[in-house]
Design a protein around this ligand. Structure first.
Ligand SMILES: Nc1nc2c(ncn2[C@@H]2O[C@H](COP(=O)(O)OP(=O)(O)OP(=O)(O)O)[C@@H](O)[C@H]2O)c(=O)[nH]1
Ligand SMILES: [Mg+2]
Length: 302
């Protein structure tokens, strides 16, 4: 692409409490599914980059873990990954769930942003679930806070309001180079993205406490000459009882996680995929510095 005379480029962090739709928004804006999403809060655990290409410029989005008052070692690492983006961006997209109004948890997230001097755009998400009559008073309430340069009602899931949000983002980008070449949509390593797809499927299909105890390690990813990609990955859980749930009756659950992940890989990689999935127990991995590092949490690692 030849760049127009005035080309804008910069970084925008997507910030908000857990489960408001930050990752859904990233995937929507980039038009590629990069980040795992699910009904359970605390789905996202690392900073995830997504690149949006426009004629006028480029917006590099950073999806982040939901900000919350973390107490465990693992949750503190997640939230720290969000805080670290505050100083490195040109604009913050503060995402709220319009259904839940402005609540204590949103207030907490906003407080953590106090020292961050960049402009903040408020994206009021999930408006497909809110009657129009309730939206206007919420917009008025939020503009009364004086924290946001723009307030944009959106539905990331139903693709509503994206053009207005993009305009607002581009307006706040400085002039700059094209950081990512055409067609490139992330700098997250392929093995990380593959691990996230498996984790999303396991998150969505398992119940109770299992999702939070679950990590995925991609051991190998080999492209064979016959065009098939062979992926070997291990799902890590904390207890034998969780391993039983992930494997399921006669291996049924593991099969379901595997085949739904494989279908997504095949769509994405546009080739046949052979996926071997294993399950391992590592007691209390979320409290172990060694395991946290090994499974890609903290230290800016994937
Ligand atoms: N109805 C509706 N649902 C949405 C919308 N955006 C996201 N969701 C749903 O909300 C849930 C949470 O979405 P995520 O994108 O995973 O939320 P998140 O903010 O990234 O969550 P964490 O990573 O856990 O902080 C999922 O079930 C999404 O499908 C929306 O605009 N409308
Ligand atoms: Mg997320």
């Amino acid at each position: 692409m030849t760049q127009p005379k005035s080309y804008k480029s910069g970084y925008a962090a997507i910030i908000g409490k857990p489960n408001v739709g930050k990752s859904t928004l990233l995937n929507r804006l980039v038009s590629v599914k990069i980040a795992a999403t699910s009904k359970s809060p605390q789905t996202t655990r690392n900073k995830i980059t997504g690149v949006c290409h426009f004629d006028e410029g480029q917006v590099i989005l950073l999806d982040t873990p939901g900000v919350h008052k973390a107490t465990s070692k693992f949750n503190k690492i997640m939230v720290k990954a969000s805080f670290k983006t505050y100083d490195d961006v040109d604009v913050i997209v503060f995402v709220m769930d319009a259904r839940q109004k402005f609540c204590e948890e949103d207030q907490y997230v906003l407080e953590t942003l106090q020292k961050c001097k960049v402009e903040k755009i408020l994206a009021l998400n999930k408006i497909d679930l809110v009657p129009k009559a309730e939206l206007l008073p919420l917009i008025e309430e939020m503009s009364g806070l004086g924290e946001f340069t723009d307030i944009v009602p959106i539905s990331a899931l139903k693709d509503d309001g994206m053009d207005v949000l993009v305009k607002s983002l581009l307006k706040r980008m400085p002039e700059g180079p094209q950081y990512f070449p055409d067609g490139s949509y992330t700098d997250c390593p392929e093995s990380f993205l593959i691990g996230e797809i498996i984790r999303e499927k396991a998150f969505r299909l398992t119940r109770y406490e299992v999702p939070y105890s679950l990590a995925v390690m991609v051991e190998s990813l080999v492209e064979r000459e016959n065009g098939m990609t062979v992926i070997k990955a291990t799902i890590i859980v904390e207890k034998d009882s969780q391993k039983k749930i992930v494997i399921g009756k006669s291996g049924g659950m593991l099969k379901e996680i595997g085949s739904s992940a494989r279908r997504e890989f095949e769509r994405r990689l546009n080739c046949k995929v052979f996926l071997s999935l294993f399950v391992k127990v590592k007691a209390n991995w979320r409290e172990s510095d060694y395991c946290l590092k090994e499974f890609g949490y903290g230290h800016d690692s994937y």
